[in-house]
Design a protein around this ligand. Sequence first.
Ligand SMILES: Cc1cc2nc3c(=O)[nH]c(=O)nc-3n(C[C@H](O)[C@H](O)[C@H](O)COP(=O)(O)OP(=O)(O)OC[C@H]3O[C@@H](n4cnc5c(N)ncnc54)[C@H](O)[C@@H]3O)c2cc1C
Length: 459
Amino acid sequence: MSKRAEHTPELHIIGGGMAGSEAAWQAVQMGVPVVIHEMRPQVETFAHKTGDLAEMVCSNSFRSDDDEQNAVGLLHWEMRAAGGLIMEMADAHSLPAGGALAVDRDAFSAGVTERLRAHPLVRVEEGEISTLPEDGHWIIATGPLTSEGLGQAIAAETGKDALAFFDAIAPIVYADSLDMDVIWAQSRYDKGETEEEQKAYLNCPMTKDQYEAFIDALLAADKTEFHEGETAGYFDGCLPIEVMAERGRETLRHGPMKPVGLTNAHKPDQKAYAVIQLRRDNALGTLYNIVGFQTKMKYGAQTEVFKTIPGMENARFARLGGIHRNTFLNSPTLLDSQMRLRSRPHLRFAGQITGVEGYVESAAMGLLAGRMAASEILGRDLPAPPPETAMGALVNHITGGAEAKTFQPMNVNFGLFPPLDGVRGGRRGRKERYKGYTDRAKELWQEWLDGAKAGELTE
Ligand SMILES: Cc1cc2nc3c(=O)[nH]c(=O)nc-3n(C[C@H](O)[C@H](O)[C@H](O)COP(=O)(O)OP(=O)(O)OC[C@H]3O[C@@H](n4cnc5c(N)ncnc54)[C@H](O)[C@@H]3O)c2cc1C
């Protein structure tokens, strides 16, 4: 440890997930020593399977990597420009997935763990923290599955503002149990540069009769009941398929089962009425997840229903779907623009618990919280990034931009960005508008990073 770091107060981070890992990385890059308090493997959650840092608990996708036309792709870009560890490891362990950034989950989290544990300024302390620390510098990044003890401590501090709701996990199948005489490989609209990317997805076609029978089976299937006191409100981006089917028989055909941009390689003349897509889940290509098929059907019902999908009659499941809890704060009322708890400013929050949704958004909020906390420790000012950047748009939303009364977890999207002058509205102007948003964001993000760097140099 350098002489300077020896005298620098430590930053404590509770939770070594997506947000905690990125926060730690950013702080140590600034010379601030970090202690990561991670409860796994001693205390488990129902979704995590390992003791590794930054474990991906469900899908292996970081979503679109398009930094010109997509807000999450822009967030990737901004995190890369900021030297983010999560993006570096995602890039190092990426898998072909058309325009999306999918990763080999085990190699990814092993990479993050190795890099952090090897850093001279990082110490990982295993064990659960179940009370709110009284002093020091802390980031709480305990995620949607915050342990019960700490959850209660937070609730006692914040009142009834922290609440829980449910998402659902998509099932994973073994590739060698799929019938490739029925299923074909193709990314929607053949998207991707290489042949591997253009064939990144497996497609199961359905006729109208098969689709109608599938919907009937979904509606009739046994579902998991909610426990007493649990709320049954769903985050709209992660609706279980049976809930989508309940909303209307055609809903799935316009969602995860839409048949567009695909040609059946076995029967090019036959247009499928609906298509179920599977995405590679590991580097070996032995596992595939069913895209968008989060579910709360009971296990027995799941295997029965999913085996009616053409090509999946003999499917074997590495993991079935499930429901999960999501703990998050009413951040607009509780956090200031530096992501500090107003009532106890030595506590910062980061990640999904702040009310963002998704791996990328959670890591992004870790990146910011890590830099903000380290700056504070070093006695430097670090203003929040401009709201025209993806990072700024998100943090601005959760710390004040959102309506507190109806606050729900949020993915990054262009709707959070301040409007651009002089561009066309509506669908027609969309491409030009999105390019305008992303060009503007990149310039301002770079300026913000340069400003932060200049602050370090003029010390
Ligand atoms: C079942 C499930 C499926 C999901 N699927 C997806 C998906 O497909 N795609 C997507 O983008 N997002 C998904 N999410 C959301 C996902 O969790 C977040 O996007 C992301 O992992 C959150 O990052 P985080 O760092 O905030 O929390 P996490 O990555 O969960 O990290 C929190 C860490 O804190 C630790 N911890 C908790 N309490 C304590 C304590 N008291 N003391 C010490 N350590 C503690 C946990 O063990 C964990 O390692 C899913 C969430 C769940 C629960």
